[in-house]
Ligand binder design. Sequence first.
Ligand SMILES: Nc1nc2c(ncn2[C@@H]2O[C@H](COP(=O)(O)OP(=O)(O)OP(=O)(O)O)[C@@H](O)[C@H]2O)c(=O)[nH]1
Length: 339
Amino acid sequence: MTPENETPEGDEPDALPPEESGADEGAEDAAEALPQGPTRCGFVALIGEPNAGKSTLLNRMVGAKVSIVTHKVQTTRTRIRGVALEGASQIVFVDTPGLFRPRRRLDRAMVAAAWTGADDADVICLLVEAHRGITEGVEEILKALDERVRKAPVALLINKIDRVRPEALLTLAQALNERRDFARTFMISAEKGQGCDDLKRWLAAQVPVGPWHYPEDQIADLPLRVIAAEFTREKLTQRLHQELPYQLTVETEAWEDRKDGSTVIRQIVYVGREGHRGIVLGKKGETIKAVGSAARADLRAFLDRDVHLFLEVKVRPEWENERERYDQMGLDFDGRKGR
Ligand SMILES: Nc1nc2c(ncn2[C@@H]2O[C@H](COP(=O)(O)OP(=O)(O)OP(=O)(O)O)[C@@H](O)[C@H]2O)c(=O)[nH]1
């Protein structure tokens, strides 16, 4: 067992700031009228290639960090729901794993989960990276959308507009709209906030009339144990190089809310080989200690409680072929559908 070490105040690595009001210049004019009267509630699936910015957008829409974000592809493994309110509407965002050509069992389960998220949605948002344009991967997703999606409106979100010149954006928007009839096109920067208020208002008007699914103060729908494991996996992914992050998984083994207001969380990091265990631990346990304190800082902010986090690294060569590991991640072992 490696206990986490104390995190100095203010050392909270990546939490996104709450949505800033007014970040979206000119949104007032362009926005749809805010839904008035009866409550509305519906599911909005965020789909796109790995790294398109789906988790970043989800966090911005919710105004808090509920999905992990890294610069590496395929960070999101399971479907994560984040809940946002806009006027009388409750919008349940479903952050799906990136869509790509699956090779391994884990890949297949992730892609199946992504499509299940889209199949169940009232509105689908396709994120395309402004600077990458219509890649082979985007082409494949468009083709799959044509085949699979019959009813739900699909909005095109051209993300990362902060990375390109405006002229390039218009050309890309035009090319994509020629390829498919989108319900609406938005130019956004999930990271910087441009276009996001406008998008949220539009989505609020699209979701169907009906009662809210979640209490007003609930922002995420994933077991806390899984969210906690995801936070640790994010820190590992940020610190470890190359392929290793894809070859490990994190599970929350025990969770105890203590009377003194603190929470004790024990997690296991499963790796495939002894050599990987050494890398995850680092010299004198430095890596795992740093991971533990960064994850703990996020957990503390998320739970608004003091957290004691204990991490253990175990070698389990076959973890990728064990049904229980998939159950823990909320993925379907047979890759047929996400849950
Ligand atoms: N410049 C810029 N970077 C962005 C923007 N949105 C997201 N990013 C960055 O793009 C990277 C990927 O973002 P994620 O939100 O993890 O992407 P994802 O689509 O959830 O990725 P997967 O988990 O692989 O499916 C991160 O480094 C983000 O900071 C944006 O609007 N502008």
